[in-house]
Write a protein that binds this ligand. Sequence first.
Ligand code: S3P
Length: 183
Amino acid sequence: MTLIYLVGLPGSGKTTIGRLLARRFRLEFIDTDHVLEERLGCSIRTYFEREGEDAFRDAEQAVLADLSGKKNTIISTGGGIVLREANRTCLKNSGKVIYLRSSPEELFKRLRRDTQRPLLQVEDPFQTLKKLYEIRDPLYKEVASYTLETGRPSVATLVNMIVMQLEMSGVLAEHTTGLVQSN
Ligand code: S3P
């Protein structure tokens, strides 16, 4: 099973790290938010405003179900994907899940100028991040095969740590001619 998911709060680095990991292992890279925007035909922010969060979560669940049959792929997921139990079951059953764990303080530093994430377009985004963390941290842990604290290490170090973890556990192996993988 070479399907690896990255989960974590918005701003935890899922897309950046996912892209680098995919390049390193020569796997396909997919970002669920990008797939969603293509399907919805508009930005996530616009869709949220027009249709509401429930409709967005339905679309997100459908995307995950469709992608969960993929092989040789790294998938970075939207931060709220773990909210639905069906999604948590799907993540756990279809691949290895890496949780990029970041504190609300750290995330706030990265996201304070963000204009794209609908849930953070509020008066006090730091409070929102704290609430999201409280609710979601246990859910990310529930689905995670590995958890990485993103606090201090650079992106390159985090990628190396994940590579080592995946190789040590036999999930993936790096080869000069492409990626071969075990179960
Ligand atoms: C969301 C996170 C976003 C995106 C949507 C909802 C969330 O993805 O799916 O705005 O509920 O945390 P990122 O985690 O990539 O920002």
